[in-house]
Design a protein around this ligand. Structure first.
Ligand SMILES: C[S@@+](CC[C@H](N)C(=O)[O-])C[C@H]1O[C@@H](n2cnc3c(N)ncnc32)[C@H](O)[C@@H]1O
Length: 425
């Protein structure tokens, strides 16, 4: 299709940055068209290079020079991702690293509030809470899991660039915990590998999982590592899911526990009902539910990865009423909905925690949940737009949105974690 845009990739333009959008980019306008601009801050005036202009309605650009800086602009925390570099060679994964931490959190809060407003018609003021220790460390040293990629030609190891799959060699990983930095092979070429996962468990030695060109699996991915949450130990497969910020397991455990306690105090929790921890991983949030209501809790974790289910069974073995099931959540819920009414009725008093991957639970799962009609749904979300869309579905199915909390568990990136409590009216 012919490009009717007056803007072309490669054009350099001056832009007034007016707002923030989902995805870590700022918003400007040029000749009436929206431009999403990387590496800027709302309130700034920048010179930017157009990187994409195929669509009539919007274009994309990347900041080359700041003409009027925000008072919240800081030297980038990662030199290899800084503005001084060619945009093609800026490392990815720290797209807010040039912004003061407080302002990063304010921008994330704004994106969450605007998403809830736009997709679900809900007005909420949210504060994005810092994780313990992050302010003191300027938001550095938190990532306990990092994936690096290997350049097939040179063997160079590094993260992808911000806007491409080019591998950017780096001297350090400032967002990562010390254990990850200790073992990161940043200056050795690693021929014949595809990627390297660096893992620094809180109660075990750091380790490296390598994926070779011919491999499907990563060496060592099924080794168990130990993670501590408070004084509770969890076994987790090295290659399985675990919350990435060193404080995230404790922050989310506590937030879910407190949300369940508040629901319990309102008389809405039934420990003996068919409670669920959906997308349950190694059972972290089922354990939080049990901490709130006691070891008699009846709860089933549902998780697609069989290794994680095995870990959940082990981690929840002290709870006699806990069951870990390997299933896709949508199929599991479809089976429940097809069950006789007497079985389905057991869910009307239950509390469901769900913590889906970034794509969110999705309309189908939210719809199924609405039909199952549990008393309470505690939704842990790492994508504000997915949460807002699923909120709209749940509100339409007879739920009320209670407290919404948000946590800065990904400093120097645009990501945030949110927790929303829904109660059946
Ligand atoms: C964000 S993690 C949450 C894990 C756990 N709640 C925790 O905090 O450690 C999402 C989990 O959902 C699992 N998952 C992804 N898609 C799934 C699906 N369709 N059905 C069941 N589990 C799924 C992933 O394997 C992963 O363990």
């Amino acid at each position: 299709m012919a490009n009717t845009s007056p803007l072309q990739p490669g054009d350099e333009i001056e832009l007034e940055i007016t707002n923030i959008a989902h995805g870590g980019v700022s918003v400007a306008r040029h000749d009436g068209r929206v431009v999403f601009v990387a590496d800027a801050i709302p309130g700034e005036r920048v010179r930017a290079r157009v990187t994409e202009a195929r669509k009539k309605s919007f274009a994309r650009a990347v900041t080359l020079e700041v003409l009027e800086a925000s008072p919240d602009r800081r030297p980038h925390v990662w030199p290899e991702a800084a503005l001084e570099r060619d945009p093609e060679e800026r490392a990815g994964g720290a797209e807010f690293g040039h912004i003061a931490l407080e302002r990063q959190r304010a921008l994330k809060a704004q994106v969450l509030a605007e998403s809830l407003q736009r997709f679900a018609g809900v007005e909420r003021d949210v504060t994005v809470e810092a994780a313990p220790g992050d302010d003191e460390a300027n938001g550095l040293g938190w990532r306990s899991r990092v994936r690096l990629h290997v350049d097939p030609e040179t063997g160079a190891v590094g993260p992808y660039a911000a806007r491409s799959r080019t591998i950017v060699p780096v001297e350090s990983l400032p967002l990562a915990v010390e254990g990850v930095n200790m073992i990161a092979p940043l200056d050795e070429p690693m021929h014949h590998l595809v990627s390297i996962d660096l893992i620094a468990p809180s109660a075990d030695d750091p380790r490296m999982l390598i994926t070779a060109e011919e491999d499907v699996a990563r060496a060592g991915e099924n080794d168990a590592v130990r993670e501590l949450v408070g004084d509770r130990e969890f076994l987790v497969r090295a290659g399985g899911f675990w919350q990435v910020h060193r404080e995230a397991p404790e922050v989310l455990f506590t937030a879910v526990r407190d949300a369940v306690i508040a629901l319990d105090e309102a008389g809405r929790v039934d420990a003996g009902a068919a409670n669920l921890d959906l997308f349950g991983g190694a059972g972290l949030l089922a354990a939080a539910m049990a901490e709130a209501v006691g070891p008699a809790l009846k709860v089933t974790t549902v998780e697609a990865d069989p290794g994680a289910t095995d870990d959940a069974a082990e981690n929840l073995s002290e709870l006699v009423g806990a069951l870990a099931v390997t299933a896709r959540v949508d199929r599991y819920l479809a089976d429940l909905l097809a069950a006789p009414a007497a079985v389905r009725d057991r869910f009307r008093r239950s509390t469901v925690v769900l913590d889906p991957p970034r794509s969110g639970a999705g309309g189908a799962v939210s719809q199924q949940l609405g039909e199952l009609a549990p008393a309470n749904i505690i939704y842990v979300a790492c994508d504000p737009v997915a949460l807002a869309r699923d909120t709209a579905t749940l509100l339409g199915l007879g739920y009320e949105l209670g407290p919404v909390r948000a946590f800065d568990l990904f400093p120097h990136t645009h990501h945030l974690e949110a927790l929303a409590v829904f109660t059946r009216v």
